[in-house]
Design a protein around this ligand. Sequence first.
Ligand code: SF4
Length: 495
Amino acid sequence: MPRYAITTFGCQMNVHDSERMHDVLRRAGYAEAGDPDEADVLVLNTCSVREKAEQKLRSEVGRLARWKRERPDRVLVVAGCVAQQEGERLLKQMRAIDMVVGPDNIPELPGLLGDLALGGLPIARTVFDTEAPRFLAASPPQGASGRAPTAFVTIMKGCDERCSFCVVPYTRGPERYRPSDEIVAEIAGLVAAGTREVTLLGQTVNSYRDPLGALPAAPGASPDDPDESEFAALLRRIAADVPGLARLRYTSPHPRHLTPSLILAHAELAVLPRHVHLPVQSGSDRVLRRMIRRYTRAEYVARTRALAAAVPGLSLSTDIIVGFPGETEDDFAATLSLVREVGFKGLFGFKYSRRPHTPALRLADDVPEDVKGARLSRLFEESEALLSAHLQGLVGTTQEVLVEGRDKERGHGGHGGALWSGRTGRHEIAHVEGAEELDLLGEIVEVAVVRANKHSLQAELTEAARAAARPRQRGGEEPGRPARRALPVLSAEGG
Ligand code: SF4
């Protein structure tokens, strides 16, 4: 049986695509290699959203050239956004690559590998499925050790926005939506197999519209609002049709589509946790205009305030780019003041880098690298201070944590002894100590927060949660962290 391995770079969309590649390859008779160096087929699922991510691919291919030379029948596949962006050029530039596959061509992977095995030439397949979009469903995990408390479900792909810094519309194509019936069926299957939390995925996830027109208008939706979508209606349908789902998250929303209907859904649906990741990118109207974000700072603040008023205790996180062309000290100061004003509890910050095929290429990349670096450091100082104060404020409280895996070996933050880890509804990471004898995987447990670490909470089960927990089966399968499902990370792409 041929063996394969997949290395994933980038965002959740890529993590999800890699999961689908695992499914497609396993169904075609391939087995996963324990060690990538032992694989017959190695897939690099790439990211092109930042220049650094693309450089990583080039150095990885350089390293793998030796792996290929050892056994020339091995197959090196490049998938994902760099594959879509560069296509055949990659085959010409890096001779070690045998195949280039775009995100929409994952289902064709086994057939293309078969062609290569029969002596076919290196091939690039990067065709968007605009006419008949395909969305590969996740296979519910099998077996006790494969329990997956969290899962991603794609509801749309592509992007019709044209943010001037972003290559995604080029690498992922125009927006295409998945029928709500399919989405609900996939989530119901996952929940029946033990999944507790689903994250809906899409580049602008809250621009969703049902392509079959199967959703009624959501309460609060205005037909005259150009930013209105059917996303709130989809959330309501999932909540109604899959009552066993404990938590429903989504990433990445665009601030434009944070409309009254979506805010009302957050106020009314208990399945929506009290956390939203809402990329803002800059706090300066001048920069937002040049980024073609299509909202102002005041509009962003007004919408997040309305959301926070509707959902007491809500926490917000965001993405910010520093050093965008023409960004002055005043512009950057406006970004820092926005971070303080909104009080983000999490932040992904990036230095602007020129990306191929983007409108911003017409602007001079005029902020020096050292200035970008200094601004990024100041941004992180600001956000770390906010997060630290927030986490400190939770010490002594009780929280509900969805347990996602075990951390026995890792001893986070110098506090060895943590065993289980998961997320609160507000997305804080929590490490649960002193429950070695219990099987908490996939449980939502009540914990008492005993300490704040730099980026996480240290907690203990409450007495009631301990009394209700299942004992761990000795000698059975280790419940361990489900294969390839890391704690969900926030988006660095999309929205
Ligand atoms: S940043 Fe988000 S909304 Fe803007 S073009 Fe990229 S994917 Fe689309």
